[in-house]
Design a binder for this molecule. Structure first.
Ligand SMILES: N[C@@H](CCC(=O)N[C@@H](CS)C(=O)NCC(=O)O)C(=O)O
Length: 220
């Protein structure tokens, strides 16, 4: 199975870590930011990453889909064990909620920091606006971290006291913040800081994060 994109995207990283937790090896092909040919666009008609291809899965034809949520849902349905999207109604709904918190609410602010402190100035050499990043750090993110601080259970997992898609989705954008040298203040948000460190240290995330860190370090 092929994922089109780059793990520098939190959505691509989420899919790769999710698959790793399930013991699935996905091949990643570079796409996004102007890269990727017709096969990528076949998987992602609007050019967003990740795109996905499962060769021959659709009655002998390739199955293509985009969107990290759709890809994770497909992998979960096709490879149900180990379970990563709980099926009990409340746990299922809470998992989907945490994914939405991560993908829409948290990402919206985290992206401003990543874009204006790393992507535009260092990777794309485009004009950037530090004020947008600073406002996200100082105004937008604190209430989002306050929320997390109050909902992380003592087990260190958001749902069912075990690793699920909720933890993968919520922790993925923190890697983008780390690439900008932003670390969550452990004095203000101790539970969240410990939780994120533990999830990102898992074998599903650690090699991805290390490879990205090396790439970012090379940018200077
Ligand atoms: N909801 C989508 C979001 C995908 C997305 O917005 N990806 C960004 C990179 S982080 C992208 O491809 N942006 C390029 C564009 O919008 O053209 C998902 O979960 O996969």
């Amino acid at each position: 199975m092929i994922v089109y994109g780059s793990t520098i995207s939190p959505f691509v990283r989420k899919v790769m870590a999710f698959a790793a937790e399930k013991g699935l090896a996905l091949t990643i092909e570079a796409a996004g930011l102007g890269r990727g040919g017709p096969e990528f666009l076949e998987s992602s008609p609007f050019g967003k990453i990740p795109g996905f291809r499962d060769p021959g899965a659709d009655g002998g034809k390739d199955f293509c889909i985009s969107d990290s949520t759709a890809i994770c849902a497909y992998l979960e349905a096709k490879y149900p064990e180990p379970n990563m999207i709980p099926v009990a109604p409340i746990a299922h709904a809470r998992t989907i909620w945490f994914e939405e918190y991560a993908d829409s609410i948290f990402f919206a602010s985290a992206a401003k920091i990543f874009v204006h402190r790393l992507l535009y100035p260092k990777m794309l050499k485009r004009p950037f606006d530090e004020a947008i990043a600073a406002n996200a750090v100082d105004v937008e993110l604190p209430p989002l971290f306050d929320y997390l601080e109050g909902v992380i259970p003592p087990s260190g997992f958001l749902v069912e006291d075990r690793i699920t898609l909720a933890d993968i989705a919520v922790c993925s954008p923190f890697v983008n913040l780390a690439h900008t040298e932003m670390v969550i203040d452990p004095a203000r948000w101790p539970t969240t800081a410990g939780y994120v460190s533990a999830i990102l240290a898992r074998p599903s995330f650690a090699p991805i994060v290390a490879a990205e860190r090396a790439m970012v370090a090379a940018l200077g």
